[in-house]
Design a protein around this ligand. Structure first.
Ligand code: HEM
Length: 498
């Protein structure tokens, strides 16, 4: 018995504890449901138009089922999938004591993401907000978000993307050179290492050394903690994540202080841009970022950029490895490009513009994988969605994954077919949401696409690969849709593309 507890670890123990409490209060649940339904009906007197869905157990709602899905083989999205199939376009549930509504039509996505009437704001669960910091643009109020985003978006100019392409290319070439001919590579692990290095170099000019290694460990602790149960005991994932955040903040403080004392005068990175703009009087009138804002948003960008891009790369390698036709088509394109670029040391932004098929491969991979499967928003005033009354204080979540796999929007949605994007106007508005839409669209969209194109080019021109494990299960306790297997592939080096 003890062994079982050791095996399940703190998450499992936590789950058992929750299950125990859940069983204890089960008897009261029916009564509670009746009370809440009566209350909801009173709130909407005259209409019974509240979204369908279960309220779950008293106080706990469906938190147990949500946590079980996070800890299950099919991944956290399964919680949404099951209910979405049962209730249709719109359903409600109760997680961590709050009402959540999930919607999956392009019309609702448009209303919520466009947010013309200012009725919605982004909000993450409290534990995530604590880990990324309350000055992060992920958690900021609408007004604060506007100020932060205006400053941060300047960092993503085409000049910085050009520099990133060169730096990232160098990193990929170096990493691929380390791979052993005939050896097995776990694509996700490799991609995580490369993307973290790329983000740290671009944001902080950190390239190697102990500082980078420690940062790498701490970032992964923070990511793991994001879906952990928010219990602050020394053995819990959440507590460890908060400790890791403290260490990251202290490292960033030290780096900022070094820069302010002029000790790293030649750094050309995002941090330097933010600090330089702080000192520059021409930015008078614009929001000057405080150190806390800079620190929280550097951490936010690393978290938002590393895991997502690495997961997307992994799915892309898997899909290509399993689809001969698409693989042949992309090889032909990259062969042509390689002939042109063979004399250059590194790829340029212009080279990436000559990869139309690879761009479609990326789009199709992101559609099928839905790395960010749903987008949460807090409702700021009572409104109506899908004909249902939605109340102020509830959370609405756009179920991007259902939209991406809707057969009414994409013919044979489970087939990997990059050519479906041949016609640029083929997509119905709000049917492709891999990077979100509206005022909260992904800040790193061009950077992510550039990294994926560079990776594809180098992989295709250096190696052939065979997917060893075709299991598509999603990793447990992961914030984004990550392949549980990490996608092991066997690689063989090629001298010329064959
Ligand atoms: C394939 C890789 C990526 C995917 C699939 C992705 C996806 C997304 C999505 C869907 C959102 C919007 C979520 C919402 O509306 O609730 C978002 C926001 C964001 N992404 Fe990305 N992202 C990727 C890479 C990156 C990179 C490389 C960065 C680099 C810094 C980044 C930074 C951000 C930031 C800062 C936000 C918040 C924007 C805001 O709230 O104003 N992402 N991302």
């Amino acid at each position: 018995m003890f062994e079982v507890f050791v095996e399940v670890g703190p998450y499992g123990l936590c789950l058992y504890a929750i299950l125990g409490v859940g069983a204890f209060v089960f008897v009261a649940s029916e009564l509670w449901k009746k009370m809440v339904l009566r209350q909801l009906n009173r709130e909407y007197s005259g209409t019974s138009n509240i979204p369908p869905g279960s309220l779950g157990l008293p106080f706990m709602g469906e938190t147990i089922q949500f946590m079980a899905a996070i800890n299950g083989d099919k991944g956290f999205y399964d919680f949404v999938r099951v209910r979405s199939e049962r209730y249709g376009n719109c359903f409600k549930t109760n997680i961590f004591g709050e009402t959540h509504v999930f919607v999956k039509s392009t019309e609702s996505a448009k209303t919520i993401l466009n947010n013309e009437l200012g009725r919605f704001t982004k909000r993450y669960i409290k534990s995530i907000a604590e880990l990324v910091g309350n000055q992060s643009l992920l958690c900021a109020s609408p007004h604060h978000h506007k100020l932060l985003r205006a400053r941060l978006i300047n960092l993503f100019s085409s000049n910085s993307i050009s520099l990133l392409v060169k730096q990232f290319d160098q990193l990929v070439v170096d990493a691929l050179n380390e791979w052993e001919h005939g050896g097995t590579i776990i694509v996700l692990d490799e991609a995580l290492k490369i993307t973290l290095k790329a983000m740290c170099k671009m944001l902080l000019s950190l390239e190697s050394g102990v500082e980078l290694e420690l940062l790498q460990e701490d970032i992964s602790q923070v990511c793991k903690a994001m879906l952990a149960f928010p219990l602050r005991f020394p053995w819990t994932g959440f507590y460890k994540g908060l400790q890791a955040r403290k260490r990251i903040m202290s490292t960033l403080e030290k780096i900022i202080s070094r820069r302010r004392r002029g000790l790293d005068p030649n750094s050309k990175d995002f941090l330097q841009c933010l600090l330089a703009k702080d000192d520059n009087s021409s930015f008078d009138g614009m929001h000057r970022l405080t150190d806390a804002e800079i620190q929280d948003n550097i951490l936010t960008m690393i978290i938002a950029g590393q895991d997502t891009t690495a997961s997307a790369i992994t799915w892309m390698v898997k899909y290509l490895g399993e689809n001969e036709e698409a693989l042949e088509a992309i090889k032909a394109e990259q062969r042509q490009l390689a002939e042109k670029t063979s004399k250059k040391s590194f790829l340029t932004l212009d080279d990436l513009n000559e990869m139309p098929y690879a761009s479609k491969v990326i789009k199709e991979s992101l559609r099928m994988a839905s790395v960010v499967p749903w987008f949460p928003r807090l409702v700021l005033e009572d409104c109506e969605i899908e004909g249902y009354k939605i109340k102020k204080g509830w959370n609405v979540n756009i179920d991007a994954r259902s939209i991406h796999l809707d057969p009414m929007l994409y013919n044979e949605p489970n087939n990997f077919n990059p050519s479906r994007f041949d016609d640029e106007h083929f997509c119905k508005p709000y049917s492709f949401l891999a990077f979100g839409m509206g005022a909260r669209t992904c800040l790193g969209i061009n950077m992510a696409k550039a990294m994926m194109l560079v990776f594809l080019h180098r992989l295709l021109t250096t190696y052939k690969w065979k997917v060893i494990d075709s299991d598509s299960s999603i990793e447990k306790w992961a914030l984004f849709s990550r392949l549980r297997s990490g996608c092991p592939v066997q690689v063989s080096r090629i001298s010329n593309i064959d």
